[in-house]
Every structure is written in C-alpha cells, then in structure tokens.
Design a protein around this ligand. Structure first.
Ligand SMILES: [Mn+2]
Length: 472
C-alpha cells in the first residue's frame, strides 16, 4: 500500500510515520522548509510542495490506488487541498483532524467531496486509550483485593445454589487471582449442582466444590461472592469481603470490595478482565471452564452479550480445550427433561404469543428454566412463562425475545413483595412460598395456577401496549 500524507504539524507527521511506516510505503508532503527540517530525521521520503496545486500530486506520482491522508488543522485551505488531490486523480482520500469533529464543517465537506472520509485523532486514539485506562483501574481494584485477602488463613469463594458453569468457573478464576489452592480457598455453595450439563462440566474438569451450611460461614476469615450478591443469602452471611457479579445491582450493602456489572453477559467476562489487568496466567483447565461459562451464560451470544463478552471469548478461546467443551455440552435433552417438555405442552397454552404452562411438582427446580428455554424455540412464541411447585415454593421462569417488555419488571411487579424476584430484560425468575402466592393471587389450586399466571402476564403486556417498543 502506498500512502501520501499531507502534514502541517510535526506531531501528525511523526504519528503517521510511527503507525504507518512499517505497514505501508509512506511519503510525507509538507509545505514549509521549517517543518521539513523538524521532520528530517524520519527515515522516509519527504517532499516540500504546495499542497493546493494539482501538479504537486502529479509530481508525487499519485495514482488512484494511493491512499492520501490530509491533515486538517482547521484552517481555510483544506478545500483547495482536496480539490487538488481529487483533480490529480486521488480517490482514496482521508482527512485527519486534530480537533474534535465540527459537524457542520464535516457535513459541508461531505457535500462537496462525497468520497472523502474524515477521521479525528480523538476517534482514532479514544477507544484504545479508554481501554487502557479502564484496565489500569481494574488492575488497581484487583491489587487492592489481592492484598486484602493475602493473609487470610481460610477463604470461602461462595456462589449461588445449584452453581452453573459461570459460578464454578468464576470460583476457579478468582482462586487463581488470589493465588490460592484448593486447600486455602474453598469454592462453596449452600446446595450442590443438579443440572445434567453442569454435572458433566464438574466431571469433565474434575471440579471440586463443597456444600457448606450457613453456620460454617463463620469458620472462614474472608468470604468472596461470585455470580451472586450478599442479598441472595438473606441475613445469613456474616461478611462479604468481595463481590463479583453480573446480575442486576442490588446495592453495596455489606460488601467491602465489589465489581458488579449488570451489562456483562457473565461473571467470567468480568474475571477475564481482572486476570488480564493483573497479568495472571491461567491453566487450560480454567480457560476451558471460563470459556464454557461465557458461552452458556450468553447462550452463545444469543442474549445479554456485549463487546466485553466477545473480547473475553477471543482471549479465552485459544487458551481453552474446545473439544472438551463440545463434550460438556453433550446431549442436552435427557429423557426426564423430555417428559417435562411433553407435560408442559399438554397443560400449556399459547395466547397472544405467550406460552404459559404449569409443570406441577417437578423433583428439581431446573426443569422449569429448561422448559422455558425450550419453548422459546417454538414458532410464534415471544414469551415463555413456566411455573411449578418445588419444595413448597411457587417457582416461575420467564423468557422473552428481549425486544419487548422487561421480564425482570414482570416478576418484580407481582412477586417481589412476597418472595424473591428479579432478572434481566429477556430472562427472569421468582420464587415465593405457595401460601403467600395463594394469599395474594387467590388460588393455590394446581388446576388454576396456570390460568392466573397467564392473566398476570397478558395484563402486564396490555397495560403498556401504547408505549413504543424499546430498542435495547
Ligand atoms: Mn452468571
């Protein structure tokens, strides 16, 4: 690639040399001998010429394939320069502005020179600079909690019940960040893994976690929470020294160090940034667990994923064992799940693009979100609302396409005053004692629960039909 850069300042001349000289055949054109002297040490051809004259470009052997970069200092001569470049046959023309973009000026330029592209130094340097600054801030945060945890004898890395890949992999990642081992930092939860693919992950990666009781919380010097926030544990947690999570922010109460980013698709995305900022190397096993976590929490980027998730994915991918991930994903449909999918169809109904069903009393909670995810694949279904009764509690999972009303708002509206309720725009969950459900909604009759829940959702959708659909 051949590049001709018309420069008016030393800074831009040196910058372009540093960035482009190794990639392109670069030549600088300057208008004054004074500037040429200041740039004379650069190892590239330097031409002194009048940038507003066509023959300056003809002499420089400008061809339609030459990239021409024109520095815009905000002075008047820019148009004449561009006319000369275009007149000499230049087609790949870029205006490089040192000042922030002046939209009126840019529009006027675009009207006269439709093929000329404009760039500003702020646009070019901004994103990498902001990434770098964000990384320093993350590094500082990581160093602070690393220091705080350094002298602890026993550390508990606590996750939510029935930990999923994100929770388990986050536990491994944080343990690496704290430079601890299985003996000095336990990954724990109040209730163990039950979902089949999560069990496969535990087995394939030989993960070790411990089921602890709330009384045992007191045996640890420091407690870190991953993929969950202190409020989840009611009043049972004596302390939360560190909280790293991507669920909706429940407030700072009770946590000393925290990094809660609800816009991230997984907690492992946050921890990938921590590992990179702190220059901590991870094993293939941990990278595999984390990659699987990012994939499964974002449903392979089908929900709640952003640029950070994609970056985490590309960082982890070459470090992970992809074939092991394929094995963990395995056969997703098990015979017992199929049974609940069939039952859901028999007792459910699609009305106004909402599939709503009640599963009765499944032996495990995970059948409920599984069936909800399953029916989102059904044609014409835009919402799936699946409920059941598990150990005396009414449990409901809500899914939608992510482009209409907020699923989290729905469950909070009806259930946050009588149980736990929350979630994202496209997926949410509530768990309430069955007696409280009956008191508030007038029934705990299994044959009526589904119709009642269906009414609640349709009512929720109708009340704001007149609002424009949100774009996010
Ligand atoms: Mn998660």
């Amino acid at each position: 690639m051949r590049c001709l850069a018309v420069c008016h300042t030393e800074l831009v001349g040196r910058l372009l040399e540093a960035v482009l000289a190794s990639q392109a055949e670069l030549e600088l054109m300057v208008e004054t001998a004074a500037l040429a002297r200041r740039l004379h040490d650069l190892p590239l051809p330097l031409r002194i010429a009048d940038a507003q004259r066509i023959d300056s470009y003809v002499k420089a052997d400008l061809t339609p394939g030459t990239v021409v970069l024109v520095e815009d200092t905000g002075r008047k001569g820019l148009r004449k320069v561009l006319e000369a470049v275009v007149g000499a046959g230049g087609t790949l023309v870029y205006v490089l502005g040192a000042r922030p973009r002046d939209l009126k000026r840019a529009d006027a330029l675009k009207a006269d020179f439709p093929d000329v592209n404009t760039l500003t130094l702020a646009e070019l340097t901004g994103p990498p600079l902001m990434d770098e600054l964000a990384r320093s801030m993350t590094r500082q945060k990581v160093q602070q909690y690393q220091h705080y945890f350094r002298d602890a004898d026993r550390v508990l890395i606590l996750t939510h019940n029935d930990p999923d890949p994100d929770a388990l992999a986050s536990g491994l990642a944080l343990r690496a960040l704290l430079r601890r081992t299985r003996q000095t930092a336990i990954i724990g939860c109040l209730a163990g893994v039950t979902r089949p693919e999560n069990l496969r992950m535990v087995k394939a990666l030989n993960l070790v976690y411990e089921v602890v009781t709330p009384e045992q919380f007191h045996d640890f010097d420091k407690i870190a929470l991953v993929d969950v926030q202190p409020q989840y544990f009611g009043g049972q947690l004596p302390r939360a020294d560190l909280v790293i999570d991507h669920h909706p922010d429940q407030g700072t109460a009770g946590s000393l160090f925290r990094d809660v980013r609800p816009s991230y698709g997984s907690t492992c995305t946050i921890l990938t940034e921590h590992l990179r900022a702190a220059d901590v190397d991870i094993s293939e096993r941990i990278a595999t667990a984390m990659l699987y976590a990012v994939k499964s929490d974002t449903m392979f980027f089908n929900r709640q994923a952003n640029r950070a998730d994609l970056e985490a994915f590309s960082y982890l991918y070459p470090r992970a064992d992809a074939s092991l991930i394929r094995r963990m994903e395995g056969a997703e449909i098990t015979a017992e799940r199929l049974e609940y999918v069939i039952r859901a169809w028999q007792s459910g109904q699609v009305r106004e693009h909402v599939f709503c069903t009640f599963l009765g009393t499944p032996p495990r909670e995970d059948f409920i979100p599984y069936v909800a995810d399953f029916y989102m694949h059904l044609e014409d279904v835009e919402w799936a609302v699946v409920s059941g009764i598990v150990q005396g509690a009414f449990v409901v999972s809500v899914r939608n396409m992510g482009d209409s009303r907020h699923a989290g708002d729905f469950v909070r509206r009806w259930f946050s005053d009588i149980g736990s309720a929350g979630g994202h725009r496209a997926m949410a969950k509530a768990v309430v004692p069955l007696s409280a459900f009956a008191d508030k909604l007038g029934t705990d009759d299994p044959t009526r629960i589904n119709a009642r829940v269906h009414e609640l959702l349709i009512e929720f959708l109708h009340e704001t039909r007149h609002h424009p659909r949100s774009a996010s």
